[in-house]
Design a protein. Structure first.
Length: 134
């Protein structure tokens, strides 16, 4: 799967690695836009495993249902990838939007001290998407 290419420093970074791998695959032409135009379901195993690992390591609160949370993130990814496949935005914006989707989801469920870092990263990504500087 996507995560086998990863050697993240911790389980939390494993979640962020998914964003990088998707962006790299899309940018290298390994995955064609046409693939995402028709994709209706995401293979959730990689995301679910990453969520469970982050939860086990204490980065995500343990009162969250991992299967529902993984499905939430992947549904957001599918929407973003579908829009990119239809030419709504370019590859650079794809990366930002994928990371934003993950950060905003994680910010709601992250255990401390990751929560404050996520809030800061969320502001940075919002600035990139809107073209503003804080």
């Amino acid at each position: 799967g996507l995560l086998k290419q990863a050697e993240p420093a911790d389980e939390f970074e494993l979640l962020f690695h998914i964003v990088g791998v998707l962006s790299e695959l899309c940018g290298s032409g390994s995955i064609e836009r046409a693939y995402f135009k028709e994709l209706r379901q995401w293979p959730e195993d990689s995301m679910l495993n990453a969520v469970r690992n982050a939860m086990d390591a204490g980065f995500i609160r343990d009162d969250i249902a991992p299967t529902i949370f993984a499905a939430h993130i992947t549904s957001g990814y599918l929407h973003i990838l579908h829009d990119w496949a239809n030419g709504t935005f370019d590859l650079d914006e794809l990366r930002i939007r994928l990371e934003y989707c993950l950060v905003i989801s994680l910010a709601a469920v992250a255990a401390r001290p990751k929560a404050s870092w996520l809030k800061q990263r969320l502001l940075e990504l919002q600035n990139e998407l809107t073209g503003t500087v804080s």
